[in-house]
Design a binder for this molecule. Structure first.
Ligand SMILES: Cc1cc2nc3c(=O)[nH]c(=O)nc-3n(C[C@H](O)[C@H](O)[C@H](O)COP(=O)(O)O)c2cc1C
Length: 354
């Protein structure tokens, strides 16, 4: 019975995040407030611009990631296989969705097991911190082994859980759980939000226990409060709380700055849509960026080919932005001159990040 309910929820998520109706309403990533300064004398050639870099210590063709989305139900196996093949073709990291379904029902491993389709990809496993606490670190270690993950994402999602009618309500002991995972797993851990961002306080707490990688997944893209509000029964209390908290969270730009301030390696996700978003996130100090809902939308439109085209467009546009800022490589782009507009500047000043 529980098997069916987890699978149904995961299928609902695919439908409710790809129809464009679960976006933040009045909050943006604030990445549009970072303006790179145009250089009319770039003194470089488009053919010489290099996107390759390292993420989690692995060489990749560009600082882009397919963020964790799915697993654990019928449709997920095909989606994960196809997206993993795109990641293999491009040599970019690929994230699986939460392995909770697999932890509870080991036979669902087929929906996560993409290694044979993507032998060289940097593969990122995924588990919620509350579930990691429940299952124990040894079980999480086993989950990473079963899918041959190179990195494990431990996701934080308290806002989403509160709106979900059967969601988790107890978020105690999460920091201790992350600490035990850091001590036990033999692969790097990335602590990941799911659309509400990371504050300066949380960045500091994570830094203190030794976390080296954070995927901020900030506000401005997919709202998971919105997703659960739309899943809740019509006119229910949960739906109305979800309506009120629809836009809850910290903008992605502010979350990046919060983690960079603690010298943590940052993956920027949450509302990354365009190459301009990628460039702004890197300019704020992120090492890589993750895409979730837009990849799914491209997949629904035209499968593997459309997702490949989605990334090819961003590669070329990012190279164009790099040329126009006189940046030959990603490191140069991260250090290119920029101007920060007043709303983002005020956030950064008020939070003591500048
Ligand atoms: C269909 C779907 C399922 C998701 N499932 C997970 C998940 O299982 N674990 C997780 O850490 N994040 C999950 N996410 C969250 C994304 O990884 C990402 O943090 C969030 O959607 C914000 O990025 P976006 O604005 O590009 O969608 C999911 C996203 C989508 C679209």
């Amino acid at each position: 019975m529980k098997h069916v309910s987890i699978s149904n929820r995961k299928a609902d998520h695919l439908n409710l995040t790809s129809d464009g109706q679960s976006a933040f309403r009045n909050k943006t990533t604030l990445l549009q407030e970072l303006h790179l300064i145009h250089q009319a004398l770039p003194e470089c050639s488009l053919d010489d611009i290099k996107l390759h870099c390292e993420l989690f210590g692995h060489p990749v063709s560009a600082p882009l990631i397919i963020a964790g989305m799915t697993g654990g139900h019928e449709k997920a196996a095909q989606i994960n296989q196809d997206l993993a093949k795109v990641a293999q073709a491009l040599n970019i990291p690929f994230g699986l969705g939460s392995q909770r379904a697999m932890a509870l029902h080991p036979e669902l491993i087929d929906t996560f097991d993409v290694r044979k389709h993507a032998p060289d990809v940097l593969l990122i496993g995924n588990i919620g911190v509350v579930h990691a606490k429940e299952y124990g670190t040894a079980h999480v270690h086993e989950l990473t082994k079963k899918i041959q993950a190179n990195v494990m994402a431990v996701h934080l999602n308290p806002a989403m859980e509160l709106i979900q009618e059967q969601g988790d309500r107890d978020f105690t002991g999460c920091l201790d759980t992350i600490k035990s995972l850091l001590d036990t797993l033999d692969i790097p851990i990335v602590v990941k939000e799911t659309g509400c961002g990371i504050s300066p306080q949380v960045a500091k707490q994570l830094k203190t226990i030794g976390v080296q990688y954070i995927d901020v997944s900030g506000s401005g893209g997919t709202s998971w409060v919105a997703v659960e509000s739309r899943r809740a029964q019509k006119n229910s209390l949960h739906q109305s709380i979800g309506e009120e908290l629809w836009d809850w969270g910290l903008p992605t730009a502010v979350s990046i700055a919060s983690c960079v301030h603690q010298n943590i390696n940052v993956i920027a996700s949450g509302g990354i849509r365009t190459a301009s978003d990628i460039a702004a996130a890197l300019s704020l100090g992120a090492q890589g960026v993750g895409f979730a809902a837009p990849v799914l939308t491209a997949y629904n439109e035209g499968g593997y080919d459309q997702v490949l085209a989605f990334f090819e467009k961003r590669y070329l546009t990012l190279k164009s932005i790099m040329l126009l800022t006189g940046s030959q490589d990603i490191h140069a782009l991260q250090n290119a001159p920029h101007y920060i507009d007043h709303t983002l500047r005020e956030w950064l000043t008020c939070l003591g990040l500048r």
